[in-house]
Design a protein around this ligand. Structure first.
Ligand SMILES: [Zn+2]
Length: 169
């Protein structure tokens, strides 16, 4: 099991050089992600590739793959969830620029860039956003009659996820 921490990276340099950083994020090193899962098993492989977007902005593409283990919303058992995400970002230099950007629904998401960008936090956010609101087994043998009772208890953490999703758009 990988226990290496994800290093920070210089996103300006990454973009300029069209560089690539890659490695693994262990769920055990991602407490916010682990809290939304059944356990801290699993590893996500990532690759962040720097580029300059069509508008000349420093940008990057993130690929993330792996499997994590969530709690089935119906039976409460563990369910393996494949994560297979790609996301596009561009970087701005300060908070004010970030605030002044118009909200749009384009594929690229703005991020506050840095020479020591917290890549681990971005990976964790993206993994949390990739989780289904209500994870379930494809063929769940769980008792349907306790479904409503369980739902009240198990849905709450996922409301927080939904709120996070909204605030990121
Ligand atoms: Zn189930």
């Amino acid at each position: 099991m990988s226990t290496d921490r994800v290093p920070s990276c210089d996103v300006w340099e990454l973009s300029r050089r069209r560089g690539t950083v890659q490695g693994e994020l262990a769920v055990s090193n991602a407490p916010r992600l682990a809290a939304a899962l059944a356990d801290a098993e699993g590893t996500l492989r990532y690759r962040l590739t720097g580029r300059v977007d069509e508008l000349g902005r420093p940008a990057a593409t993130l690929d993330m793959h792996g499997t994590v283990r969530a709690r089935c919303d119906r039976c409460g058992g563990a369910v393996d969830l494949p994560i297979d995400e790609q996301a596009q970002f561009f970087f701005v230099a300060d908070e004010r620029q970030l605030d002044e950007l118009p909200i749009d629904e384009s594929a690229e998401e703005p991020l506050l860039g840095s020479r020591r960008f917290d890549l681990a936090a971005l990976l964790e956010d993206q993994a949390i956003l990739a989780l289904p609101i209500s994870p379930r087994h494809d063929r769940c043998a769980g008792p349907a009659e306790v479904d409503d009772k369980l739902a009240g208890e198990t849905r709450r953490p996922f409301e927080a996820l939904a709120a996070l999703k909204k605030s990121r758009r």
